[in-house]
Design a protein around this ligand. Structure first.
Ligand SMILES: [Zn+2]
Length: 206
């Protein structure tokens, strides 16, 4: 068994030991979201914690954030690198500084149980389909956090991580092949941070 399969098995067992009593998301509902992003007509909303940390200079975009890594540290570390790389490819500079005492972003290698509880999933199998989750800044527990799944295929991590970070910046879903779109059901995931995504970030923080 591969290490990811082992992890999946152990985490499913741990997840199934909990019961989410007020679940709202069934496996069917999660499956129906595949390539079908929700809330695409919602306007973007700036993250008040990031005010003054997203810097616009002409057509340059620089994001300075203090971070902490928690949970599955290898997954969190991969997330930090993926976010930096994917945005750098779009000429968005992210300066991440480690600061566990005073962080703006907590990158958390989450367990399936944490996804099930946080998203109120009715079935732990549904958590296997969740690549990541970026709770609202107002969330009582995970406001500063970005949760990443360690049990999904590694090849999917970079774009998932960049997508979730887009949510932390305040971007909502779109169906424009940008980073806030969903991956296609089949074939190559061609999403990237587009000029339109950049403009949306700039419009929020200008
Ligand atoms: Zn999303």
């Amino acid at each position: 068994m591969s290490s990811i399969e082992k992890l999946k098995k152990a985490e499913l067992k741990q997840c199934q030991a909990y019961k989410v009593t007020d679940c709202g998301l069934t496996l069917e509902k999660v499956k129906a979201l595949e390539s079908n992003p929700a809330g695409t007509s919602k306007g973007d909303e700036l993250n008040p914690d990031y005010k003054g940390k997203v810097i616009i200079n002409g057509d340059k975009l620089v994001i300075n954030l203090n971070y902490v890594l928690t949970g599955n540290i290898d997954r969190a570390k991969a997330g930090l690198k993926n976010i930096t790389d994917i945005y750098a490819a779009a000429m968005v500079t992210i300066n991440f500084s480690p600061n566990p005492a005073k962080f703006d972003l907590r990158i958390h290698g989450a367990t399936l149980a944490e996804f099930a509880q946080g998203l109120k999933l009715c079935d732990c199998d549904a958590a296997l389909l969740v690549g990541g989750w970026a709770p609202s800044p107002k969330h009582y527990k995970w406001g500063k956090a970005l949760l990443l799944n360690s049990t999904t295929p590694k090849s999917e991590w970079p774009l998932v991580d960049a997508h979730e970070f887009g949510h932390k910046l305040g971007l909502k879903h779109r169906t424009d092949l940008g980073i806030m779109d969903y991956p296609p059901k089949k074939g190559i995931d061609r999403r990237k941070v587009t000029e339109s995504d950049k403009k949306r970030i700039m419009d929020l923080y200008k």
